[in-house]
Design a protein around this ligand. Structure first.
Ligand code: NAD
Length: 271
C-alpha cells in the first residue's frame, strides 16, 4: 500500500483549521496529520491539534511557526491573506506541495502563488466544495445559453466574522458568468448601489454582500429576463464541506508536477 500523504494544517485553531484537522484525521490511512501550526504567540500553541478540533488526541502539538522542512508532503493554508505570500515562498523553498484556501488575496499574494508554482505544485481555489465547483460550470453554461437579454446579479451571505467582501466564491461565480456571457468582469462588475444611480446598464454584473449570524456560505446567481428568471443557489451548511474538498485536493496534489491548479483539475471537471 502507498505510504500516507503527510499533511500539515496552517491556521489549525481557526474555524476552517479545526475542520481541516478533523478531515485529515478522517482520511486515515491515506493521509496522516504531520503538523499543525498557528501564528506565533497564539493561545493554542503547545496544545494537541486533535483535542482542539473536538477529536481524540492526535499526538500533534500546535506550533507557533511554519512546519519544519521535511515534516510534511503538503501544507494546507486557510489562514489570513497577509500570510499567504510568505507561506508560498517558504513552501517553495522547502519543496512542499501547497493547497491554499485563504481568500481576499492581494496582487502580491497571487503573484507569490504563481512564482511558487514554478517550483512546487499549488492548488488555489476560492471554494473547495464540490457543489460550488459544479455550480461554476452551470453558471457559465447558463450565461452562454441565455444571452444578453438576461441581467446577471449575484448575492452572497456569510457569517458576521468574515473579513473580506465580496466572498472569493462570489468573485469566481462572477468570473464564470462573465466568461459565459463573453464580458470582461473588470469592466462590468458593480459592487455597490446607493442613491440616484440611474437605470441598470445591460452588461453590468451586480455582486452584493450580506453579513451576519453563523451563515457558513450562501451564493445565488440570478439570471433576470423579461417574463422569467433563473436562480442558481448553493448553500453550505457546514465548513466540513470545504475541509473535505481541501483534503481531497491535498491527496491529489501530492503526486503532481509543479504548476498552479484549481478544483477543476482536482475533480476532473472539463470546463
Ligand atoms: P479564522 O480567523 O477562524 O482562522 C484563521 C486562523 O489562521 C486563525 O486561527 C489565525 O490565528 C491563523 N493564523 C493567522 N496567521 C497565521 C500564521 N502566520 N501561521 C499560522 N496560522 C495563522 O478564519 P476562517 O474562517 O478559518 O477562514 C480562514 C480563511 O479561509 C479566510 O480567508 C476564509 O475566507 C477562507 N475560507 C476559504 C474557504 C474555501 O473553500 N476556499 C472556505 C472557508 C473559508
Amino acid at each position: 500500500m502507498a505510504r500516507p500523504v503527510r499533511i500539515a494544517v496552517l491556521g489549525a485553531d481557526g474555524r476552517m483549521g479545526r475542520a481541516l484537522v478533523r478531515a485529515v484525521l478522517a482520511a486515515t490511512p491515506r493521509a496522516v496529520l504531520a503538523a499543525a501550526s498557528e501564528r506565533p504567540g497564539h493561545v493554542s500553541v503547545g496544545k494537541d491539534a486533535g483535542v482542539l478540533a473536538g477529536n481524540e488526541r492526535a499526538g500533534v502539538e500546535i506550533t507557533g511557526a511554519l512546519p519544519a522542512r521535511g515534516v510534511a508532503d503538503v501544507w494546507i493554508d486557510f489562514t489570513s491573506a497577509s500570510v499567504t505570500e510568505s507561506v508560498a515562498q517558504t513552501a517553495a523553498a522547502h519543496g512542499v506541495a501547497l493547497v491554499v484556501g485563504t481568500t481576499g488575496l492581494g496582487t502580491h499574494a497571487r503573484a507569490a502563488l504563481d512564482v511558487a508554482a514554478l517550483r512546487i505544485p499549488v492548488v488555489y481555489a476560492a471554494n473547495y466544495s464540490v457543489g460550488v465547483n459544479v455550480m461554476l460550470k452551470l453558471v457559465a453554461d447558463a450565461a452562454r445559453a441565455l444571452g444578453p437579454d438576461y441581467d446577471l446579479e449575484i448575492v452572497e451571505a456569510h457569517h458576521r466574522g468574515k473579513k473580506d467582501a465580496p466572498s472569493g466564491t462570489a468573485l469566481r461565480l462572477a468570473e464564470a458568468a462573465a466568461e459565459g456571457a463573453g464580458r470582461d468582469l473588470a469592466a462590468v462588475a458593480r459592487y455597490a448601489r446607493h442613491g440616484d444611480i440611474g437605470a441598470r446598464s445591460a452588461t453590468e454584473i451586480g455582486i452584493q454582500t450580506i453579513r451576519g449570524g453563523d451563515v457558513v456560505g450562501d451564493h445565488t446567481v440570478f439570471f433576470l429576463g423579461n417574463g422569467d428568471r433563473i436562480e442558481i443557489t448553493h448553500r453550505a451548511s457546514t465548513r466540513d464541506t470545504f475541509a473535505v474538498g481541501a483534503v481531497r485536493a491535498a491527496l491529489w496534489v501530492a503526486g503532481c508536477q509543479p504548476g498552479l491548479y484549481d478544483m477543476r483539475n482536482v475533480l476532473g471537471l472539463g470546463f
